[in-house]
Design a binder for this molecule. Structure first.
Ligand SMILES: [Zn+2]
Length: 404
């Protein structure tokens, strides 16, 4: 996490402008009789109680803790979070010098629940965190409702996404969406265990749509062959099993080098400098991670992710890194399977899913719908022959070969 570069620089500006010797003043507070100093300051500060409280609230936004929440090494605090003095935080929000003591007295530290003196160092939000929160606010103020409208619109006109104002904006801002390169990394792909017959490596490569029916998925249209992978074995297995199943076949692949992968895997509450608000909103809103009722033949929850996938393909991206709905790790979809770049390693093995991990993913903020408990279509690997009739695959026989 970046140090909050704003704080010291703002403080310097203030000092330059006012010529106020802030630090000597603070030293005197810490060494002299505080009560007298405070009384003097309170006398000078002309702000109302309400205004002081508002400033304290504003300052509290930046303060995440204090030294008590940090590790110590030989009696010395080691700041693992960005830190700053209370005085610097108050400079950041332009608290008049004579009111600082009064504002500081109104700030309750989230770690020790006490108040800190102006000279004391506290943990503060980093630039990326502040940027993230400000983008989230902007998203909710300006775009969140529009995303709901876009969803409704796509539900009616799945092929007209770019004709909707938000669809057009997403399409236009796509070049600024985060990009990543995957180098020399291991990924996994799984299939359900359907018989005693062991699977071979070939069973894990994307199928030929001329030979088999490829079902629709989160990032592919019906019949469109893509390559879905998960970051760990168990994640891959979790993606494809159906209710009551605890094991699956898993094949390991090495991705040698794939660049230009759209990165929608935002993990922490942290935003890069030029992350577009639309990219952040799409990731944060859950629009890309809606659980799809498995028994329904109508899956509008896929339309926004698939619109994103179309934008990504058209924009020259080779794939999308995204958060799973089913497990904690990342998933990856590659639009093309390139044998030089995606190399199978070893033979398929049967992987047992750890029940504790299942509990974890089932307790995620977006719960699996109770009336359709398990949909594993996300990797398209678990197309259920028993699924609702309207979109049943043309041949159940062929299902064994369906990759996506
Ligand atoms: Zn504290």
């Amino acid at each position: 996490m970046n140090a909050p570069s704003d704080m010291p620089s703002n403080q310097d500006e203030n000092r330059e402008q006012t010529g106020d010797p802030a630090i000597p003043h603070l030293d005197s507070v810490s060494q002299d009789d505080e009560r007298i100093e405070e009384d003097d300051d309170e006398g000078d500060c002309s702000l109302s109680e309400g205004a002081l409280e508002k400033l304290a609230e504003e300052a509290s936004y930046y303060i995440t803790g204090c030294a008590y929440g940090e590790p110590y090494d030989e009696g010395e605090v080691v700041w693992i979070h960005p830190s700053s003095t209370i005085n610097d935080v108050l400079d950041l929000i332009d608290v008049p010098e004579e009111c600082k003591e009064s504002v500081a007295a109104l700030i309750t530290c989230p770690t020790c629940r006490d108040h800190h003196e102006l000279y004391e160092e506290v943990a503060v939000k980093g630039d990326g965190e502040i940027r993230y929160e400000s983008l989230i606010r902007e998203w909710h103020d300006k775009h969140a409702d529009r995303l709901d409208e876009f969803y409704e619109y796509l539900s009616k006109y799945p092929y007209l996404g770019a004709a909707h104002p938000l669809g057009a904006e997403i399409h236009q801002s796509f070049k600024k969406f985060p990009v990543t390169t995957i180098d020399d990394k291991t990924w996994f792909r799984a299939r359900r265990i359907k018989s005693g017959k062991p699977l071979s490596v070939e069973d894990f490569t994307p199928p030929d749509p001329d030979q088999v029916a490829i079902s629709e998925g989160r990032y592919n249209h019906h019949g469109q062959s893509v390559f879905y992978l998960a970051k760990d074995k168990e994640g891959a297995a979790t993606e494809c099993v159906e209710e009551g199943e605890t094991r699956a076949w898993v094949q390991r692949f090495k991705i040698v080098h794939t660049e230009n992968v759209l990165d929608l895997s935002l993990e922490e509450n942290w935003a890069d400098e030029d992350l577009p608000v639309l990219a952040l909103g799409l990731m944060d809103s859950g629009a890309l991670r809606k659980v799809v009722p498995r028994t329904s033949g109508w899956k509008p929850e896929y339309f926004i992710p698939r619109y994103i996938a179309d934008c990504a393909r058209e924009g020259g991206f080779n794939g999308i890194l995204f958060k799973s709905v089913r497990h904690w790790r990342d998933n990856l979809v590659l639009f093309k399977y390139d044998q030089q770049n995606v190399v199978p390693e070893g033979q398929p093995e049967i992987v047992e899913i750890d029940e504790r991990n299942r509990t974890d993913w089932m307790n995620r903020p977006e719960p699996v719908l109770p009336d359709s408990p398990f949909n594993f279509d996300d990797l398209g690997l678990g197309v259920a022959p028993s699924a609702a009739a309207p979109v049943a695959p043309p041949s159940v026989e062929k299902e064994q070969n369906q990759g996506e």
